[in-house]
Design a protein around this ligand. Structure first.
Ligand code: GLV
Ligand code: MN
Ligand code: MN
Length: 435
């Protein structure tokens, strides 16, 4: 075989395969589809999100779909089946990003869904079910301190909408919805009933190194890890940096620093699937000559089982209480997000694995996702399955995120095979799947 020329991102790439879904993610990776000029940040209901939805809606129409924006701000394209109004296979992922993001986390899954439909429509193929491609608006929780708001609305599991939650600029979710023309009172009308839906399929970059190490282009997800997100506040006493003796200080930042090291130690002391992360930290008043009074930081704890996650959370709480008690600093820990571990549907996952084997000629690699996905919320509505694509060195939530065009093409073939096999069987129902 002749050597494969490198792609612009430095990855080897099959010269003949240019994946339109990957190219479209690249197109969406810059202003005006990013809220920042430098790097990619697309926040829920921001200007960049609106521009992105307009562009993606055009691609949906070109692929043969109608499109609508639902009551939660999700963009949904629909490709009718043989019978108008038939229940839909949902293919989704998210269009929002973290700050300074990669281009493929979430967006690639939406682009692959559109490509699936474009392929069917070009051949005039209608299925016993409709296909709806959903670009969820808020998976990351990178604008407001609450994630998966929009998939929770679609799945019908959003109990209360945190209208008072505030973004970095001080706008509340209520204000932002109003400016986007969305009525908070109707937000939950985005919900589907189980009867409207056949199943949910999400394609996503792995965001980890497992498939690359196994030399596999794609893999199937068996389950998604349990997640907690907390907001931790520590409040001490502000003082003059020149006059307050070290022994008399109640320094909130010094307490937080000790806490961070303890969180890292506890995270590393459990099974390999346990992880604990502090990714955000604010210091007040934040001046070089003032002993810090207040620190707030995020705490994200995940594990394959709720039991392991919960035991780590308890150890961390105890450690933080000890540290703050010793230092005379007040502690407050608020739970912001609790996502249960989510098994993917075994029957659908087996079907997806069969499609992977048919397309690649190799048995499907099965793996657990440490990253959260809209699929874990959608599982409350309908059986879900997930296809992972290899990503370069497992790097994600980072502008260096990269995927190979030929892997995206393989993923497309797997999705088409899976859908066509699903269409060849009697229309499945949730009860048949969960039996
Ligand atoms: C989303 O990417 C998450 O796993 O937090
Ligand atoms: Mn992400
Ligand atoms: Mn994602």
């Amino acid at each position: 075989m002749s050597p494969i020329p490198p792609s612009p991102n430095g990855l080897p790439e099959a010269a003949t395969v240019v994946s339109r879904p990957v190219s479209r993610c690249d197109h969406l990776g810059v202003h005006p589809f990013s809220d920042t000029q430098d790097g990619l940040f697309r926040a829920y209901l921001s200007d960049a999100h609106r521009s992105t939805c307009q562009q993606v809606a055009q691609w949906m129409h070109a692929a043969g779909m109608t499109s609508r924006t639902d009551a939660a701000g999700n963009l949904i394209g629909r490709y009718e089946g043989q019978t108008p109004g038939a229940p839909a296979l949902l293919i989704g992922s998210h269009l929002d990003t973290v700050r300074n993001a990669g281009r493929y986390d979430g967006t690639l899954g939406v682009m692959l869904g559109i490509e699936v439909v474009a392929h069917l429509a070009e051949r005039g193929e209608r299925l016993p079910f409709a296909i709806e491609v959903i670009g969820f608006g808020d998976e990351e929780g990178s604008r407001f301190p609450a994630s998966m708001l929009t998939s929770r609305a679609v799945a019908g599991t959003l109990d209360t909408l945190p209208l008072d939650a505030v973004d970095a600029s001080g706008s509340t979710l209520g204000d932002v919805l109003y400016h986007a023309g969305l009525d908070p009172a109707r937000y939950r009308e985005a919900a589907y009933t189980p009867e409207q839906v056949v199943a949910y399929l999400e394609a996503h970059i792995e965001q980890g190194p497992v498939l690359e190490a196994a030399d596999m282009s794609v893999g199937v997800v068996t389950a998604i890890a349990a997640q907690y997100r907390f907001k931790v506040s520590m409040v001490g006493v502000a003082g003059h940096a020149g006059t307050m003796p070290m022994s008399l200080r109640k320094d909130a930042l010094a307490a937080a620093a000790q806490a961070l090291v303890e969180i890292e130690r506890i995270g590393a002391s459990g099974p390999a699937d346990l992880v604990a992360t502090v990714g955000q930290l604010h210091v007040g008043p934040g001046a070089s000559n003032v002993v810090p009074r207040q620190v707030t930081f995020s705490l994200d704890i995940r594990a394959g089982t709720a039991d392991v996650r919960d035991r780590a959370a308890t150890k961390i709480r105890t450690a933080l209480q000890d540290i703050t008690d010793t230092r005379g600093v007040a502690l407050r820990i608020e739970l912001q997000n609790d996502l249960a571990p989510t098994p993917c549907d075994p029957e659908l996952t087996a079907r997806l694995a069969t499609s992977v084997a048919r397309v690649t000629g190799q048995p499907a690699h099965r793996l657990v996702s440490g990253a959260g996905h809209d699929a874990m919320v959608m599982a409350a509505l309908t059986p879900v399955c997930m296809l992972f694509l290899r990503c370069h060195k497992g790097i994600s939530h980072n502008p260096a995120e990269a995927v190979r065009h030929d892997d995206a093409h393989t993923a497309l073939l797997v999705m088409l095979d899976f859908i066509q096999a699903l269409a060849a069987t009697p229309a499945p129902t949730p009860t048949e799947f969960s039996a």
